[in-house]
Design a protein around this ligand. Sequence first.
Ligand code: HEM
Length: 240
Amino acid sequence: MNAEVRPRVAGRYGKVRWLVALPSFLVAAVMGGLYLVAMPLFPAIKEFYFAQQIHTYAVHQLPLLVHIGAGAVALMLGPLNLMSGLRRRVRRAHRRIGGVYAVAVAVSAVGGFFMAFHAYAGTLPAGRLIVTSGFCVLALAWLFTIAKAVWAITRARDVAAHRFWMIVNFSITFVAVTLRLENGVLLASGTFELLYPLLPWTSLIPNVIGGALFARRINQRRRGEARVAPRGAREKAARV
Ligand code: HEM
């Protein structure tokens, strides 16, 4: 291992990982708890929380709940696998968690794609087109990037490409967090009804750009480490 370089890289990005992990766990727990536990126990909550969709969600309960359950699993497991400590120490756990994460993304994305056609269109002109196209692109990008990440490691055995696509994929999973932050701003500013249809776009675009830049930077650093490390460590750095 290149002892001089790796701790500095881990230290710098360790904070970023926690900044991503904590809100992910929080949103997964709150949203999963709300729809899968609190609402079935106390249906009256539906009158107060997203009442505009009360009828739609009653009609499409199964795809919605499958989408939310699998999405919450993806939000919980994604950050675990991005922790470099676990990845290096318990490789088998990394593979198993990664497998469950990939299935959760695929299942949730199919549910999300279906729900895109029933999403809240608000009062914005062309709101239906904007919100449905936004959620459809989000679901397709989620599926495309997980397929690229899985292909890269299982078929091409390309660790750098796997790392790149997994980070970009998780930046899309993380839309569940940024969308709710932006939603909070709309609610606080009284613009929810008008601007809600824009949310899938305004959360997807910055997340994907940020994720892709971050992933590229990590890969550049790993390449730099591999260049200066002794041969054995170089091979190890290429593998993790
Ligand atoms: C990234 C891809 C995703 C897509 C394409 C997607 C799509 C959708 C769509 C179309 C709806 C209906 C929105 C409406 O009624 O206006 C929805 C609702 C919902 N989704 Fe997702 N979603 C994604 C990720 C996630 C994740 C990772 C979670 C994790 C918990 C999640 C949790 C929810 C919840 C709780 C709702 C109900 C509405 C609310 O209370 O905010 N979604 N999703």
